[in-house]
Design a protein around this ligand. Structure first.
Ligand code: MRU
Length: 366
């Protein structure tokens, strides 16, 4: 990722063994590093959304387990830490996926060997996430090239709409939905991004921050604007990230994604979901009924945080505390509304996902 002209990752290891992440609750106005050095630090960072985004919380969860085992590598602590970290955020499957991979790897080892093995695996999960996201970028770039060519190519602007933040902040590097955008921009395709605000937590602020850092032209829009823009031919393609995808191709992502998919279908706009395979949950079929949807604190809706006139961070109340609020954090877009899944192994129609997954499980590759 490009931040202040310098390349860095969203998470990296320090010499003292701790990991450095960006405190996403301070962005976009303050770029503040956070150092995580214990299971508790990692659990708090995930729960409070200092770190967020499905792939990144998987990696932070893995390091949480490393720190737990460095303190106490007993079976009891392995199970205890697994459970405590697992319950920090329920919807994104990447957290459970990473924790299960870690447990599977270290549980058969003698306790004295567990912490070192866990650290090596956490590093590998992080490295693979960065490589997978770059590969998603390359696969998505070909999708964008085709849509741009169909528009006449050359100087024609490719207008992309995205929801939430599925960029490098949400992963170890590159991002999922934003990776093809970065590569398209770098390849000289005149790309412009409509950035959905994504209330209540406004992750669109993070997306706009990322795109500005990379020099990609973008325009911030209120969540309700997408349908209007599509109706007027101002969106060529939608691409979003995801937190869990079922065998049938139902895609769970940040609340509001489903409405954009409905509008895209109504106006013939292709709707792509970018996904590392660590986000695929082969145990589930019916996303609407089976994916656990995180219900978050109503104060995320009642309050907004930003800069005061004095330039300091401030929270402003929109609603009195007694106002009942419902705050589901995710929704499910049924497979029928998804044009394709952009993965590190290529682009798949929803109906092709299960077979691809089975082939991978057999080690046959895709
Ligand atoms: O609640 P968040 O901000 O963690 O939700 C994140 C999203 O919904 C992202 O779009 C998703 O995790 C994809 S991340 C590459």
């Amino acid at each position: 990722m490009r931040l202040g002209g310098v390349w860095r990752r969203s998470i990296d290891e320090r010499d003292d063994g701790s990991v450095r992440v960006l405190d996403q609750t301070k962005l976009p106005f303050d770029v503040v590093d956070l150092f995580l050095a214990s299971e508790e630090d990692c659990a708090r960072a995930i729960r409070t959304m200092e770190v967020r985004g499905a792939p990144l919380i998987g990696v932070v969860g893995a390091y949480g387990l490393v720190f737990a085992l460095e303190r106490d590598a007993s079976d009891a602590n392995l199970e205890g830490a697994f459970g405590r970290l697992f319950e920090t955020r329920p919807t994104a499957v990447n957290l459970g996926w990473a924790l299960e991979a870690m447990r599977h790897h270290v549980a058969p080892l003698a306790p004295h060997a567990r912490a070192a093995a866990a650290r090596l695996l956490a590093r590998r999960i992080a490295d693979e996430d960065a490589a997978n996201c770059e590969a998603i970028g390359r696969a998505g770039l070909e999708v964008f090239r085709a849509i741009h060519a169909a528009k006449g190519g050359g100087a024609a602007t490719l207008h992309v709409l995205t929801h939430c933040n599925a960029g490098w902040l949400a992963t170890v590097d590159w991002g999922t939905a934003l990776a093809p955008i970065y590569l398209a921009h770098d390849a000289g395709i005149p790309v412009h991004v409509w950035v959905d605000e994504t209330r209540p937590r406004s992750q669109g602020l993070l997306t706009a921050f990322e795109l500005r850092s990379h020099g990609v032209p973008c325009t911030y829009v209120a969540d309700n604007a997408g349908g209007h823009l599509m109706q007027h031919g101002e969106v060529d393609v939608c691409i979003v990230g995801c937190d869990r995808v079922t065998r049938s191709g139902d895609a769970c992502n940040k609340i509001g994604t489903y409405l954009k998919a409905l509008a895209a279908r109504a106006h013939g706009v292709p709707f792509y979901v970018a996904m590392p395979w660590s986000t695929f949950d082969g145990r589930l079929v019916d996303g609407v009924r089976e994916v656990p949807i995180e219900d978050r604190n109503g104060d995320e809706v009642r309050l907004v945080t930003g800069l005061s006139a004095a330039g300091t961070s401030a929270s402003v109340r929109l609603l009195p505390p007694e106002q009942p609020v419902r705050n589901p954090a995710f929704d499910v877009t049924p497979a029928a509304y998804v044009t394709g899944f952009v993965t590190e192994r290529g682009v798949f129609a929803p109906a092709e996902l299960e077979e691809a997954w089975r082939a991978m499980a057999k080690g046959a590759g895709v």
